[in-house]
Structures are given as structure tokens and as C-alpha cells.
Design a protein around this ligand. Sequence first.
Ligand code: AP5
Ligand code: MG
Length: 189
Amino acid sequence: MTRPLGLLILGRQGSGKGTQAAHIASASGVVHISTGDMLRQAVADQTELGVQADAIMKSGGLVSDDIMIGIVEQRLRQDDVVARGFLLDGFPRTVAQAEALAGFEGVTIDMAINLNVPVEECTTRMMARGRDDDTEDAIRRRLDLYEAETEAPLRAWAEERGIWRVVDGLGTEDEVATRMAEALGEVGA
Ligand code: AP5
Ligand code: MG
């Protein structure tokens, strides 16, 4: 039996990670894990984590590495993920998160896809979506943080491992999904 896949989707806020991750999960059977969705669920359930994360998310800041690493490590140990593999959306967002992920027992990362969409288009998409944290200030802060903490350092980290792929995220949802499927074909997804 072949080993289940470990996939990452990276890209600016509003680039369409969540949208494309849903396509990939239904086509290939891997489990879509969105750390943003997990945090929004915790906020809705008013758990201790949710209460802490709420203000951070609304301001466009990042929840601490320790907390995020703990949540993801726990999720990756669950039976569905062990059996079917995973597509992480929104994690890692810092090199510390990436290093922790690579060190989790039994976890292999086959590909990190960077969904490439220019800042202006991401802003337009987020303003049209109108989630709770899609205010002008929070959007600007998230995009700035992405440039500084995520894109360049994670690109270097993933290139070193030979797992970095860039996919053009402009065009219709279906056009982008076709490009994603082509890239993922390389690892048999
Ligand atoms: P998270 O939920 O991950 O938000 P994000 O990174 O800001 O990314 P989005 O979910 O906003 O964008 P997306 O790329 O998924 O785009 P989408 O598919 O929705 O994180 C939220 C917060 O949680 C963070 O700010 C942080 O505080 C915290 N957090 C999460 N993970 C963390 C971590 N690891 N460490 C620390 N903190 C963490 O698409 C956007 C819109 O565009 C949609 O309306 C969609 O319908 C539309 N769209 C999609 N594709 C297209 C297309 N091809 N053409 C036109 N429109 C399109
Ligand atoms: Mg998302």
C-alpha cells in the first residue's frame, strides 16, 4: 500500500487556499485541515482557545506558534488523517511552525504549493467575501505579516527540501483547480 500524502497549500490571505483545498480534498481523498477554520470554530464554541484567538484574529495578527503547533500536532494524530493523509491550509505560517511540522513523528511532506495571487486581487476577493476579520486594517496587517513572516522564509525552507511548487491563482476557480491538479499529479494525488 502506498503511504498517504502530506500536502501544504500556501499563499496570501484571500488567494483562494480554502476554495482550492476543498477541490483537492474531494478529488484525492486527503483530509483538508484549515487552521483558520479550526480557530473560527473555537471562537464560535467560546473555548479557552477561542476567547484568546478572537481578538488576535480580528486584528489580523498571528496566534502564537506554541498554540498552533500543539493544535496541529494533535489533529495530525487522528485516525482519519493517519489513514488518508492531509492537506494543511494556513499552516505552517512561520519557520518555527514549519520546523515543528517536519519534526512530528511519522509526518512526511510531499509538496508545498504556493498559490500565487497579487496583493490587489487578494484584497478585492477578501473585501467581497466579508468575513468577520475582513476589515481594511486587518486585511492590510495580515498581508504585511504574510510577506515578512511566511512567504520568503517558507519558500527558502521548502525549496531546500525540493517540495516547493508555484501555481498561478488568477483566473476562474475551475481554471485554478486544473492547474493545481496538474502540479499534484507529480506526487500521485
Ligand atoms: P485563515 O483562515 O487561514 O485566513 P487567511 O490566511 O487570512 O486566508 P483566508 O482564509 O482569508 O484566504 P484563503 O486563501 O483561504 O482564500 P479563500 O478560499 O477564502 O486565518 C485566519 C486567522 O487565523 C489569521 O489571521 C491568524 O490570526 C489565525 N491563524 C490561522 N492559522 C494560523 C497559524 N498557522 N499561525 C498563526 N495564526 C494563525 O478565497 C477568498 C475569497 O475569494 C472567497 O470569497 C472566494 O470565494 C474567492 N475566490 C476564490 N478563488 C477565486 C477565484 N479563482 N476567482 C475569484 N474569486 C475567488
Ligand atoms: Mg482560508
